[in-house]
Design a protein around this ligand. Structure first.
Ligand SMILES: *Cc1c(COP(=O)(O)O)cnc(C)c1O
Length: 244
């Protein structure tokens, strides 16, 4: 085990927990209401093993292939701890990955279209026992028609998509997820998300989770009712720039 890396992760995790505690204190919230999802994309399974030893249970990945490889490796590195990890898929998902994802994912945060919801439910019907937790990813950028980078269902499509998910016993509608539009004020974006969440909850009381807040904007997300923080770089360090 790499003790320098472990010390880095201990310190970064302590700093994140302190930020969460301070933001909850200002917002009058209980940190226990929040789930910290460690987004480990591009980082090795050894880092996941270390984080799990430090108490992390929820781990996020955005690519199916990378997630599968890491899960296999983690099972070798930490055979006792690995089964307790809950894997969260946080990235845009192609429909043809549904059959793979339902085998290991605890939750998918990026369900943004009916076709994907149906593919996940159909795959889950034969490939898993527990319902898959589903967050609907909402596109909060009014100018972003067809934005394929951030993704998300348009605001006026949320209820229709929710109805499809709620109708399938293989899926459990947990709530909404969003990434603030580029250059947007995160407070304004998360306030809008909270409004949409209230509308969704009025119809589906169990769908009260809000997946919002990343390394740069978790305080704003906590102010606006986030329940699931997806934190990558502030915990694991800078990701290598993408090639190609
Ligand atoms: C990478 C990623 C994160 C984590 O982002 P950081 O800014 O590194 O904390 C959160 N959510 C999604 C959807 C991501 O792809």
């Amino acid at each position: 085990m790499d003790s320098v890396r472990e010390a880095e992760l201990v310190s970064a995790l302590g700093a994140i927990r302190a930020r969460i505690a301070a933001a909850c204190d200002s917002a009058g919230r209980d940190p226990q209401e929040l789930t910290l999802v460690a987004v480990t994309k591009t980082f090795p399974a050894a880092d996941v093993a270390t984080l799990v030893r430090l108490g992390i249970v929820d781990v996020g990945e955005n690519k199916d292939q990378e997630a599968r490889a890491k899960i296999t490796e983690l099972a070798e590195l930490a055979p006792e701890a690995a089964p307790a990890v809950r894997w969260h898929v946080v990235g845009q998902l192609q429909t043809n990955k549904a059959r793979s994802v339902v085998r290991y994912a605890y939750a998918v945060h990026s369900v943004d279209r009916i076709k994907l919801a149906t593919a996940l439910a159909d795959a889950a019907a034969t490939r898993r026992d527990e319902p898959l937790e589903v967050f609907l990813q909402v596109n909060l950028d009014p100018d972003a028609a067809g934005d394929t980078i951030r993704g998300g269902v348009p605001v006026d499509g949320v209820m229709e998509l929710a109805a499809v998910v709620a109708d399938r016993s293989e899926l459990r509608l947990r709530g909404l997820m969003a990434v603030p539009p580029l250059d947007a004020d995160p407070d304004a974006a998360f306030a809008r998300l909270a409004e949409l969440s209230a509308q969704l909850c009025a119809r589906y009381p169990g769908a009260d989770a809000i997946s919002a807040g990343m390394s740069a904007d978790l305080e704003a997300a906590i102010r606006h009712g986030s329940t699931h923080l997806r934190v990558g770089s502030a915990l694991l360090g800078r990701r290598a720039p993408k090639v190609g």
